[in-house]
Write a protein that binds this ligand. Structure first.
Ligand SMILES: NC(=O)c1ccc[n+]([C@@H]2O[C@H](COP(=O)([O-])OP(=O)(O)OC[C@H]3O[C@@H](n4cnc5c(N)ncnc54)[C@H](O)[C@@H]3O)[C@@H](O)[C@H]2O)c1
Length: 386
């Protein structure tokens, strides 16, 4: 479909709230996002939000259209219930989220499930096994269209390269925008980005930068050291947690792009990035009793006035999944705003502000300001479209 045809189709669709989202991977991140939509609908508060309003839309204007999974404990059930099925262990702060009739559908497995999970039967004993009868792209596109999804949110496990590419293609085919929360490079890959641009569809990615997490704190400290004339000589960031994301990342072969994404996000804040031998960032271990809590240790070794050494140690303990949902609610509304005004391709400033591995890295304050400018300009444009 050409960009022109796409724009005609979008105009004909008269995009209007609620924003209907499709979720791929009904794990812990999906759980906190779905709970959060109802929680903000029921509580008139701005607590925990970076942008209470984007383009005239609040978090309450986001609604679930459908979801895709491979875990039989979740498939065939309403999304509002599936988010509480094991092995999900995110904190429950809204036990009865609104059920708008959105269901969890079976999706194809591809590389979504790590082989080593078979050694953790309690966590992963119910994955679909009949690969022959797995849905094809036409089935998924059909569900996206039928459920009137506007934006697809990708929450697949780290290492799901083929599965992510499958859903990116499904978005292009169905005319749906994409928010890619995982470190498979789509928005930051020129070929994939070009496909979204040609289709006139917005894409925001890659690898969501948590609201107040390890990456943003580490980046700010590195930038601060440099701004104050301190020379950073080496740094590490060790992360442990007890959710399935950390369990999945025990398989080191799935971690290539995660390490790249996290390391580049921090190193990009230095004028002279540290060489590979002097920076170590990544998921470090799986500690089941931590559940969805993530504990992060950041160390920065540096030299100050007179070349004298100094050290910074930071410990951060946070609930992991809500920390991403606070960012994803902004990404969804920006993707929708871009759809509304007919802007396709990677949204450069929004990606830089919200994602660890955007097409272009900015300093955090510049990214936030550029994103706010983008929102203001597109909101004005959207008001003229009404
Ligand atoms: N703060 C954060 O939590 C954070 C930050 C950045 C990135 N992320 C990324 O977001 C992603 C989701 O995180 P999570 O904690 O929800 O993970 P999770 O393991 O809880 O959920 C992933 C879900 O995907 C399902 N799945 C596996 N293969 C599938 C397939 N082919 N089709 C459909 N579903 C499939 C699994 O069954 C599981 O329910 C991960 O890649 C994670 O690294 C999270």
């Amino acid at each position: 479909m050409t960009a022109r045809n796409r724009q005609d189709k979008l105009a004909a669709k008269m995009i209007k709230p609620p924003i209907r989202i499709a979720i791929v991977g009904v794990g812990n991140c999906a759980s906190t996002l779905v709970q959060g939509l109802s929680w903000y609908r029921r509580h008139q508060t701005q607590v925990g939000l970076m942008h209470p309003d984007i383009g005239g839309l609040s978090v309450a204007d986001i609604e679930i259209a459908c979801a895709f999974e491979v875990d039989t404990r979740k498939i065939g059930t309403p999304v509002a219930k599936a988010i509480f099925a094991p092995p999900n262990n995110a904190r429950i702060f809204c036990p009865d989220p609104d059920d708008h009739g959105a269901m969890v559908h079976a999706g194809p497995r591809f590389d979504g499930v790590a082989a080593h999970l078979e050694h953790f039967p309690a966590e992963r004993r119910a994955v679909t096994s009949d690969r022959e009868s797995e849905p094809r792209i036409a089935d998924v596109v059909g569900i996206l269209r039928q459920s009137k999804a506007d934006v697809l949110v990708n929450y697949l496990p780290v290492g799901s390269q083929k599965a992510t590419e499958f859903y990116a293609l499904a978005c292009l085919e169905a005319g749906v925008a994409m928010v890619n929360c995982i470190p498979v490079f789509i928005a930051s890959d020129p070929i994939w980005a070009g496909k979204f641009t040609s289709a006139g569809l917005p894409i925001i990615g890659d690898d969501v930068k948590s609201q107040f997490g390890a990456t943003i704190i580490h980046r700010q400290l590195m930038a601060l050291a440099e701004a104050r004339g301190i020379t950073v000589s080496s740094s590490y960031q060790l992360n442990v947690g007890g959710n399935t994301d950390f369990l999945n990342m025990l398989e080191r072969s799935r971690l290539g792009s995660k390490k790249t994404s996290k390391t580049e996000a921090v190193n990009s804040q230095l004028h002279t990035p540290l060489d590979a031998g002097h920076i170590h960032i990544g998921p470090s271990d799986y500690i089941p009793f931590l559940n969805d809590q993530k504990v992060c240790y950041i160390r920065i070794n540096a030299h100050g006035f007179g070349g004298l050494p100094m050290e910074v140690d930071v410990k951060l303990a946070v609930e992991d999944s809500p920390n991403s949902a606070g960012v994803v609610v902004d990404a969804i509304r920006c993707a929708w705003l871009a759809l509304k005004v007919g802007v396709g391709g990677p949204l450069t400033s929004v990606c830089a502000a919200l994602m660890k591995h955007p097409p272009q890295q900015f300093a955090d304050t510049d990214a936030a300001a550029a994103m706010d400018e983008w929102i203001a300009a597109k909101t004005l444009l959207a008001s003229q479209h009404r």
